[in-house]
Design a protein around this ligand. Structure first.
Ligand code: ARG
Length: 431
């Protein structure tokens, strides 16, 4: 393997394989950002006099050519090259000779990988927020469409009070707005420029970090070079917390669907072609999609924990352990987006049962309605409670089956418009 850092001896192949790990595969996702970061870096080097205009005019088109290659899906990390940073620099020096060798002044792979990661996470968080917002819209539509369809509400998994499909779908939409706050927080943490921190302690060159911050569209530099390096790990943890937040909502939704699909409930259905079968029981129409979704989302919720353990008590400054975070976080962003898109697709085809509460097994769901009716007639609450309670106890309770919930956020007024406004204002912070 040829290394940027080769000093005349060849490291043992076993050592190389072990330390490079999955970088050659995972780094491909960083390629376009690596080129973007390099372009900003060399423009800045030109401004501070470390590259001439002529050199810049040779380097920029060569980098653009690599960028085009990446967009066409033709970029590869060649055999014998350890990571994306080395591949880009080798391509430049192979093409341009000595000029290519100049681009790394005032930079280390430590701040190079950091800037790549920040740019990558910004984009991934935008993709996550797009997928969240698609599912959010679907849930809101369903909430409006099924506003008047009642379903049992449960506490302790015992029949409790009337709820509705409008509330159920609408609830998940609103919970996603809270998750979106986490996505935005992670975005804001990622949206700071580490370039110029070099190996972690800055450089004796007069680097113009404000310039690269502006060129790369970051909100601000991560000012202190040590803090900038410390953001490797912190940023991943923020991203992982955002992923875990969305995953917990989606996993919960998946569990509800599995339960409502259970034959004992039968509240929701999907077309046959969206269910799966059994190799022995000919009648089965299983909710495997939502089980896989639940499992994947549960795994995703372990991410912050995994990263915390990986990075706990690392010494200050760059340590190679940090590389392993890519193995954890990179597949996770894709996995989450797949789950969100699958949920959206499935819910597009959901059928919900009407008239569920007509079944006498849910009669007791109306007791609170009947207590409240007595209260409105002037009976003190505790007496009304007792009166209805006794009729349940002696088997004479007859539900009135009338549900009038009108307050903000209730069955009759699920406040979908207000929730939509909340999401819109959050999304506007990202785009
Ligand atoms: N693959 C490395 C990583 O992800 C790139 C940085 C290497 N830096 C170093 N000092 N060995 O962390």
């Amino acid at each position: 393997m040829k290394q940027l850092w080769n000093k005349g001896f060849q490291p043992d192949q076993l050592i190389e394989k072990f330390t490079v790990g999955r970088d050659r595969e995972l780094d491909l996702r960083l390629a376009r950002y690596d080129v973007q970061g390099s372009m900003a870096h060399i423009k800045m080097l030109c401004k501070i006099g470390l590259l001439t205009k002529e050199e810049l005019n040779i380097l920029l088109p060569a980098l653009q050519e690599i960028a085009d290659q990446i967009e066409r899906g033709e970029f590869v990390i060649e055999d014998g090259v350890e990571d994306v940073h080395s591949q880009v620099e080798f391509l430049l020096t192979a093409k341009l000779g000595d000029v290519g060798k100049k681009i790394h002044s005032g930079r280390s792979r430590n701040d190079q990988v950091l800037v790549d990661l920040k740019l990558f996470f910004r984009d991934e968080l935008r993709r996550i927020s797009d997928a969240v917002s698609r599912l959010f819209n679907r849930l809101q539509l369903l909430s409006e469409e099924h506003k008047d369809k009642l379903m049992p509400g449960y506490t302790h998994l015992q029949v409790a009070m009337p709820s509705s499909f409008g509330l159920w779908f609408g609830a998940y939409a609103e919970v996603l707005t809270d998750d979106m706050q986490m996505v935005i927080a992670a975005y804001n943490i990622a949206n700071q420029n580490p370039l110029g921190s070099a190996a972690g302690y800055g450089s004796s060159f007069p680097l113009d970090r404000e310039m690269t911050t502006e060129l790369l569209g970051f909100a601000n530099p991560h000012y202190n070079v040590v803090a900038a390096q410390m953001s490797r790990g912190k940023t991943e943890r923020a991203v992982a917390s955002a992923i875990a937040a969305v995953a917990s909502t989606l996993g919960h939704l998946a569990m509800d669907v599995c339960m409502w699909m259970c034959n004992n409930f039968g509240f929701v259905k999907f077309p046959d072609e969206l269910t799966t079968g059994s190799s022995i029981m000919p009648h089965k129409k299983n909710p495997d999609v939502f089980e896989i979704m639940r499992g994947k989302c549960n795994r995703l919720q372990s991410l912050p924990n995994e990263l915390t353990i990986l990075t706990a008590n690392l010494p200050l400054g760059y340590n190679r352990d940090l590389q392993l975070m890519k193995d954890i976080v990179f597949p996770a962003t894709t996995e989450l987006i797949d789950c969100l898109d699958m949920a959206d697709f499935m819910l597009e085809h959901i059928t919900v049962k009407d008239g569920i509460l007509d079944d006498p097994r849910y009669d007791y769901i109306f007791t609170v309605e009947d207590v409240n009716r007595l209260v409105l007639q002037g009976v003190p609450f505790r007496d009304a409670y007792r009166q209805v309670g006794m009729s349940v106890q002696d088997g004479t309770y007859k539900p009135t089956r009338e549900v009038h919930h009108t307050h903000l956020g209730s069955i009759g007024n699920p406040a979908n418009a207000q929730i939509a406004a909340k999401m819109a204002s959050l999304l506007s912070q990202l785009h």
